[in-house]
Write a protein that binds this ligand. Structure first.
Ligand code: SAM
Length: 317
């Protein structure tokens, strides 16, 4: 599927739930999610039907996300069935990692190839603060379980927050010296009502490079991150810059929310319903969403909040 700006859309990110076992301050409100009726959410069969429709339209890569995808009871079954759909070459998953001790092996066996784990600090107290309810030791146990399970690739995503973790850039980058993982820094995005961070919190990716003068640029791996490597490292440093240097021109993504809305752009309020539709209806909705994908996401900064109309836990990141 090519959109009207010539971009080929091959990547579908599916949020399987908006519930989460953390409450990250930039992602969701403290009191959790606005409770939706169970009947309003996509069923497992509908998710798989959507994957089949998307695959027929040229989607080859899936990312399963949330909320926290691992709190979904049937997550292993969803991943197994999605990975088996003809045309799907790769199923990846984004998680906070806390439930990986129980689920890493079953997910690997189900066909999940790559994992992204979210971690914003190496300090236990700061971890408890930013997640509101999390314990860093549980993250570490999850990371260990992910390595033991033998995924093809493990990446850590860290949201860069001025005044919170910019003093940890070197320490987090040093994880690539210790482990065969990519460490990615993502610019904080001003979502709907996801915390009131001041203007100083919105740091450009260039701040990471200032702290890592020894990092050398390396070729991109097909994703949107600019890649660098520390001398002697086992993995790359990735820089994702939706704010200071947007990459909308190379965006190949379509998103599906847990309540069955296709979002052609993370920061647009445009949504196309597929809940309750049959296979052909889903395909048509996907074609409409892709054709109408906005050219770019518009200004985003402390003063210009995202127009998504949802917090990140209700979209999937
Ligand atoms: N619960 C899973 C996790 O923690 O990875 C998956 C869902 S979470 C919404 C996906 C990613 O979005 C996480 O890496 C998170 O840090 C990122 N994210 C959430 N809100 C964000 C924001 N306002 N700006 C930048 N990244 C954000």
């Amino acid at each position: 599927m090519i959109d009207q700006f010539g971009r080929s859309i091959t990547y579908l990110r599916i949020s399987v739930t908006d519930k989460c076992n953390l409450r990250c301050r930039y992602c969701m409100p403290e009191d959790g999610v606005c409770k939706k009726d169970h009947v309003d959410m996509l069923t497992e069969d509908e998710i798989i039907r959507a994957v089949e429709a998307a695959a027929q339209l040229g989607i080859t890569k899936l990312r399963i996300t949330g909320g926290e995808p691992l709190v979904k009871k049937n997550i292993v079954s969803i991943c197994r069935r999605a990975a088996a759909v003809e045309g799907i070459r790769e199923v990846c998953l984004t998680t906070n990692g806390l439930l990986l001790p129980q689920l890493a092996k079953p997910l690997k066996e189900a066909g999940v190839k790559r994992l992204n784990l979210s971690l914003d600090t190496l300090d236990p107290q700061k971890y408890a603060y930013i997640t509101r309810i999390g314990a860093l030791d549980d993250f570490r146990a999850g990371l260990d379980a992910a390595f033991e399970a033998g995924f093809e690739k493990i990446k850590i995503n860290s949201v860069l927050i001025g005044g919170f973790n910019d003093d940890e850039i070197e320490a987090m980058a040093a994880l690539t010296m210790e482990y065969p993982l990519d460490m990615r820094f993502i610019e904080l995005m001003p979502m709907y009502d996801s915390g009131d961070f001041g203007a100083d919190a919105y740091l450009p990716y260039s701040r990471v490079l200032e702290k890592l003068p020894q990092a050398v640029a390396v070729p991109k791996d097909g994703g949107v991150a600019k890649l660098y490597r520390l001398p002697g490292a086992k993995g790359n440093i990735g820089l994702i810059s939706p704010i200071s240097a947007h990459f909308c021109g190379e965006c190949n993504r379509l998103r599906l929310t847990a309540d069955g809305k296709l979002k052609p752009c993370l920061h647009s309020g445009d949504e196309y319903n597929i809940k309750g539709l049959d296979f052909e209806g889903m395909k048509q909705a996907m074609q409409d969403a892709i054709w109408n994908k906005p050219q770019w996401h518009g200004d985003l900064d402390a003063l210009h909040r995202s127009q998504a109309g949802r917090n990140m836990n209700q979209i999937g990141g």
